[in-house]
Ligand binder design. Structure first.
Ligand code: PLP
Length: 453
């Protein structure tokens, strides 16, 4: 039997050709050769075989083998496609060049990040809510900080996640030992609280029926649904956490895509500093998916039940398990937050948002229920009564477009697919045209068509 082992870093962005990705995934036979006496980590044994995004890459490769001349359009894995504005790339190039000079050479930086960048992050994103630069920890991306936070929390805490949600919350929880076994019947791990978030509840959990957990992972704008929680919803969430003595881990990786008055940070909600940590990223904000830069805010007011400040332990984790983000990437981050850099980034974000608009219009004009795309670069489309892997396969087979099956984000995504708006405009237009052609042709049929598995 062959097993596909994949690493979590594939989750968020693959700029490599899928064949290269697959090559790096190392498919191995379960060994007949020399064995060590080291048992496999039981938590890793619990993980479901294939991490979602490498599985999609595998399907893409198989499809390209089957149709070598097809012009495949990838709107699957949410990787950015547009060039980084020159002002920003030049700042990194200049920093890198200076490393070859006696004056410009730098070695290790502060584990928590460059002081100027921490200050710029605090002032750019948290000016009105007064976050101190010392509460900002610069990272090599928010996915890495999700795992560092799990290390901070340990195996004994209980967690809740939105259903559907970004897979790294659950997988890191399983790896650290917080979860029980996976239940095939429900598609859920034991000991993890899945909070349904769909159109039936305006993509916000029914907190009156949600059991208490120590930790609540909450992503807004949400990947995959694209829903940005309203101020009222976040007030309810903070109140719920305060009442229950829980900690919210708020993922604002897509906050830059918010255009309405939804909060861009959990710290806009009064009382949040005593119950929340925020993780965020330059990946989708500035096209840094490959450069790698993010940050985490841990307010001084956040305390464990013993009264010990969470920030002190997080600092310890960062110093022990991380040695600071690349100083070249941090130079780029600083350039992103200059007024010229920020303006240039905004126009790239606007470009992706226009792509999202085109995709939303396409699906809406076909009479499908489509969500997201307004405050996020993801479009979430409902195919009632269908299985998302069937819809994925059907779209791939008939249009050569890669999407993501919603079930990869949890049982709540079973009837949905996610389409990414990261892409070059001509491809987005071409994809819309192909989808229109497929769906208008099969409109009357699609209930029966999508149900075949
Ligand atoms: C919700 C969410 N959080 C975190 C990440 C990881 O981002 P980073 O590239 O900063 O590790 C992603 C990547 O797609 C994401 O969608």
């Amino acid at each position: 039997m062959y097993k596909l082992s994949a690493c979590c870093s594939m989750a968020c962005g693959i700029s490599l050709h899928p064949k290269m990705v697959l090559a790096s995934l190392r498919i191995r036979k379960q060994g007949n050769g020399h064995r060590t006496n080291v048992p496999r980590n039981v938590n890793l044994e619990k993980l479901q075989n294939n991490y979602l995004f490498p599985e999609i890459s595998k399907r893409e490769v198989q499809h390209m083998d089957k149709y070598p001349n097809a012009k495949v359009i990838s709107l699957g894995i949410g990787d950015t496609t547009e060039p980084i504005p020159e002002k920003i790339s030049l700042s990194m190039a200049n920093y890198a060049r200076a490393l070859s000079t006696a004056d410009g050479y730098r070695g290790y930086g502060a584990e928590q990040g460059n002081q100027a960048l921490r200050k710029a992050i605090a002032e750019t994103f948290y000016k009105d809510v007064v976050i101190k630069d010392t509460e900002v920890f610069v990272s090599d991306g928010s996915q890495c900080d999700i795992s560092r936070l799990q290390l901070l929390l340990g195996s004994k805490v209980t967690i809740a996640v939105q259903d559907p949600s970004f897979p790294a919350y659950i997988d890191s929880s399983v790896i650290i030992g917080q979860a029980g076994d996976f239940q095939d019947k429900t598609g859920k791990y034991q000991n993890i609280e899945y909070m349904p978030c769909g159109p039936q509840n305006n993509f916000f959990p029914d907190l009156a029926t949600t059991p208490r957990t120590d930790i609540i992972f909450f992503c807004s704008p949400n990947n995959p649904t694209g829903h940005a929680a309203t101020r009222k919803q976040l007030q309810q969430l903070v109140e719920f956490a305060r009442d229950n003595g829980s900690i919210i881990i708020f993922d604002s990786a897509y906050a830059a895509y918010i255009t309405d008055d939804s909060p861009k940070s959990i710290f806009e909600i009064p009382g949040a500093k005593e119950v929340a940590i925020e993780i965020s990223s330059f990946s989708k904000f500035a096209g840094f998916t490959g450069v790698r830069l993010g940050w985490t805010v841990v307010p001084e007011e956040l305390l464990f039940s013993s009264g010990f400040p969470v920030i002190n332990d997080f600092n310890r984790i960062v110093c022990t398990c991380f040695n600071g983000a690349s100083n070249i990437a941090q130079a780029g981050g600083l350039a992103c937050l200059s007024s010229e850099g920020f303006q240039a980034i905004r126009s790239v974000i606007d470009y992706y948002k226009e792509n999202a608009n085109i995709l939303v219009d396409t699906f809406a004009s076909l009479g499908l229920n489509v969500y997201g795309g307004v405050n996020a670069p993801y479009v979430w489309v409902h195919f009632p009564g269908s299985k998302s892997w069937s819809v994925f396969s059907e779209i791939l087979e008939k249009t050569h477009i890669i999407t993501v099956p919603g079930s990869g984000f949890g049982p709540g995504g079973a009837e949905y697919i996610r389409i990414s708006a990261f892409g070059q405009r001509d491809r987005i237009i071409e994809a819309s045209w192909r989808l229109e052609k497929l769906f208008s042709k099969e409109k009357t049929l699609f209930n029966s068509v999508w149900n075949i598995e």
